[in-house]
Each structure stands twice: as C-alpha cells, then as structure tokens.
Design a binder for this molecule. Structure first.
Ligand SMILES: O=C(O)CCC(=O)C(=O)O
Ligand SMILES: [Fe+2]
Length: 480
C-alpha cells in the first residue's frame, strides 16, 4: 500500500484520547482534521495545537469546543494568539499533512507532502469515498486547490451575515429530469455589478436553456471580496501550470489572460439535506477549460468530486443521453441512481469545505470531472448561520462568448456549449447544441455544430466582429 493511504492520521477516540487511524477506514465523523479545520476557521487567532488540546478535552465535540473557546475568548485568560499573518500570506493554513511523517521508499522518514509531490491517480475504488482535508492532498489528487481561512475573520463573518440577509430573496430553480420538472434542492441568485449587466443576464444570457429571473446587484462586500479572490485565483492558476500541467504549460484552450470574475452565483443550503447533484458547470459563456473560484461560508459541507468515466464501445450510442445528464442547469438532469452508479465506477473524493475556505476549480475540472454537494447526515451548526451554508462561485464570462455571438438553434434559442465527455471517439471535443428540450415544458430541435476554438479558447468563427465590438461585461471587481 502506498504512503498516501497508509499514512497515520491523528484521531480522537470516543474517550477523547488520541489514537491513529488508517486513512482507508476514516470517516468524516471520525476526522480530527476536519474538526480542527472547522475550529481554525472559527478561531483563526488560536494556535492549532491549542485547538487540538481543547478538542481532545471536549471528547472531540466541535460544538462543545467551540462554546468553550468562545467563553475563553471573552474571558481574561485568552489562549495564545498566533502572530498576525503578513498580508501576502492571507489565509494560508499550514497543512496538517506537513506534520505527518511517513516511511519513504528509501526507508527514511519524510513529511507526507514530500512523498506526494508527484501527482498520481487517487487511490479511490468503485463504491468508496476518499476523504481529503489537507491542501497538499487536494492539489495532488483532484483538479482543485483549497485555501483555508481565506479572508480575515471579520470580513468572512460580515460577508456571511450580508449574504444570509440576501438569501431571503433566493429562489429554487426548475430543471428537467427526463420528463419531470423538479426544483433545485437549494436556493440561489446570480450577482452582477451594473444595471446593464442585470438587463443582459435576464434577457440575453440563458442558463439551462432559460433566461434567468433571479439576478441581483452585487453588494460592495461581494465585489471587494471578488478582488481578493481574483488575486489568489490567478496565483493558484500559475502554480498549477508550473507544478502540474505537462511541460509547465497552460492547457490547450485554457485562457492565457488574467482571470477576471464578472459574475457570481450564490447558493444557500439550508440544513443537512439541501444539496446539489453531480454536474459539470455550463461552459456556454465561460468557454473551454474555465477556472472557477468558490468561497464557502457558514456550515461546513462535503464537496464531492469524481472523474468522468469514458464509455466502453458497447455504450457509445448513449452519447445523446450523456449530453442530457451532464447538462448545464446541469445540476439538473442526472438522476440520483444514475449518478450514484456512475460515481461508483471510480469512487468519489470528498473535499471538506469549512467556513471561509476558497476552493479553486482548475481548468481541467469541468471537462473531466463532476462535482456535487452531498446531502449530509449531520452537520455542526455554525455560530452565525445556524444550519445554513452559503457558497459563492465567482465566474469569468468571456466577452468573445457573449450571446450576441453564439449560435442559435432552429428553435431560435441560444445553443449551449458542451464538451463530449464519455464517448471515446469524440471525448474532449466541443459542440454547440440545442438546449430548448431541456427547459421545463419545452421541446427541442436536433441542432448540433462542432465548436472550434483558438489555443486561448476563444471561438474562431467571428473574431473580427468580436474585436470590433466593445467589451460586454465589466470586471466584477473593478466596476464600482
Ligand atoms: O456549493 C458549492 O460548493 C458548489 C456549487 C456549484 O457547484 C454550482 O453552483 O455550480
Ligand atoms: Fe457547479
């Protein structure tokens, strides 16, 4: 067994004593790492070792530890404060992996992150869930990177409060599962920065084949955080290119330009059963190999990812169905059973997202993987949000993919951009397709056109026209 799966994790037994646990048999409820990550997000000024001591003394209960620490924070004998982090190291949490040693191939003891430096296929198996907590493991085994304690505590808490207030206006959206219209198992709204963008989002851009109704004006906090997200996401993109991509080069079709978010989707998950099913995010306006910055606030939840498995020859004729099930509103059309069966093919990876963590979905994510927020059996209430989790995904809509340029299908609807994911012969190719059939109550046509892009992922059909036009969406962060 390799060093990754056999490494020992510090674990709290029911009696509150520490013991070791083989990673393979770990379960989120057992995990000290996630409990510690939650406490660190709530009490970033307290040292990790002291938080661990308090957690042990509270029999591993995050709630009790959190209540105790809150009392101590206001009492006259505060726990040791950490040195204030320099601005440049905003929110980087020391990885727990870096404290864990394992036996390397040459027999010497090495910190775990040295042994996993080389990226490998994750040790997941059909039907199993591998729980990852540390930034090093997440970067090594998934197309994501995570930054814990991303914002200063006050900023994260006040953004959470503001968005909880906003969430009164959030709505469920309808989507189609085969012939049934169902409602999203969470509420959401889209945020843009100007009244003109609001108009465009409700009357020109579509999502899941329909115009958006729930578009809102970004709050000043959302926009100021967007600037911080922009900086860190661009740094992480460069690290990813340098450390992970072949030859240290960006992926084909990945944009070489600076990532500049100009829209934010905000979701609210109220209680443990609210969720989002396995999906890939719609590429229509993001273009190929997009990067998405996703900030989690409030209750910690599990973000599950799984690789998309290419179909064998015998299944090749199911491509049409596949196109439905990974759809845009995409959060949509994959039934729970289909989803579970497919997820089981290569196992799932669970990334734990505590309050104030920024997850970056890198350029290979949407085409090669699917993601979801799994319903939880139990959650630890958050002191500010109770049972609720807020998630903001900052996105960069490309000017070159404004709906004024993208093809229309024979129904007169905006075609949507998809990547062929499961059919081996066409895997990785992009296509424009009619989406009308996926919208509740609508029949679609069979419109289909291969999509062609330049190396930067901009469409090749009408470059001249695009260059002549003014940019279409303001940088979300800059336009205030
Ligand atoms: O809530 C999350 O972390 C993920 C949300 C998501 O996947 C989406 O909005 O597309
Ligand atoms: Fe998504």
């Amino acid at each position: 067994m390799d060093g990754f799966v056999s490494r020992k994790r510090r674990r709290l037994s029911n009696s509150g004593e520490e013991s070791s646990l083989n990673q393979e048999s770990s379960h989120p409820d057992d995990s000290t790492d996630i409990k510690l990550a939650i406490l660190l997000s709530l009490f970033p000024e307290i040292k990790q070792d002291e938080l661990l001591d308090v957690l042990v003394s509270c029999d591993g209960s995050v709630d009790t530890a959190s209540a105790l620490l809150s009392t101590q924070a206001t009492a006259s004998t505060p726990l040791t404060k950490k040195r204030a982090a320099p601005a440049s190291s905003l929110g980087m949490q020391t990885s727990l992996s870096s404290h864990v040693f394992t036996t390397a191939q040459d027999g010497t003891m090495k910190p775990i992150n040295e042994t996993v430096k080389k990226r490998r296929a994750p040790p997941t198996k059909k039907g199993q869930i591998l729980h990852l907590y540390s930034p090093e493991d997440i970067a090594a085994y998934t197309p994501c990177t995570i930054v814990h304690n991303f914002l200063p505590t006050e900023a994260a808490n006040s953004l959470l409060e503001e968005l909880l207030d906003e969430s009164k206006h959030f709505q469920r959206y309808d989507f189609q599962v085969f012939n049934r219209t169902v409602q999203s198992p969470h509420t959401h709204a889209v945020y843009v920065s100007t009244p003109e963008e609001h108009r465009q989002q409700t009357s020109e851009y579509t999502y899941g084949g329909t115009y958006r109704s729930n578009v809102r004006q970004a709050t000043p906090k959302l926009r100021s955080v967007s600037r911080q997200v922009q900086t860190v996401v661009n740094e992480e993109i460069q690290k990813r290119i340098r450390d992970v991509y072949p030859g240290g080069n960006k992926l084909q079709y990945q944009s070489s330009k600076e990532w500049k978010p100009n829209a934010a989707f905000v979701n609210c998950y109220d209680g443990p059963t609210e969720s989002v099913g396995y999906h890939s995010d719609e590429l229509t306006y993001l273009g190929p190999h997009p990067v998405i910055g996703s900030l989690s606030l409030g209750v910690a939840r599990e973000f599950r990812v799984r690789r998309i498995v290419a179909q064998g020859e015998e299944e090749a004729n199911k491509e049409t169905n596949e196109n439905k099930d990974t759809s845009p509103s995409s959060k949509s059309t994959e039934s729970q059973e289909t989803s579970t069966a497919r997820a089981d093919a290569q196992g799932q990876i669970s990334i734990h997202l505590p309050h104030n963590s920024l997850l970056i979905m890198h350029a290979e994510m949407q085409e090669e993987w699917k993601h979801s927020i799994a319903p939880a059996q139990t959650i630890s209430p958050h002191p500010i949000s109770g049972n609720r989790r807020i998630n903001i995904t900052y996105r960069w809509y490309r000017d070159t993919l404004h709906p004024r340029y993208t093809p229309r299908c024979r129904c007169g609807q905006h075609a949507i951009l998809r990547c062929s994911q499961r059919k081996q012969e066409t895997r990785g190719r992009y296509m424009w397709m009619c989406y009308a059939g996926f919208a509740p109550g609508k029949e679609g046509c069979t419109f289909f056109q291969w999509a062609e892009f330049d190396d930067d992922g901009d469409p090749v059909w009408d470059k001249k026209r695009i260059e002549d036009d003014a940019p279409t969406l303001a940088n979300f962060s800059a336009s205030q």
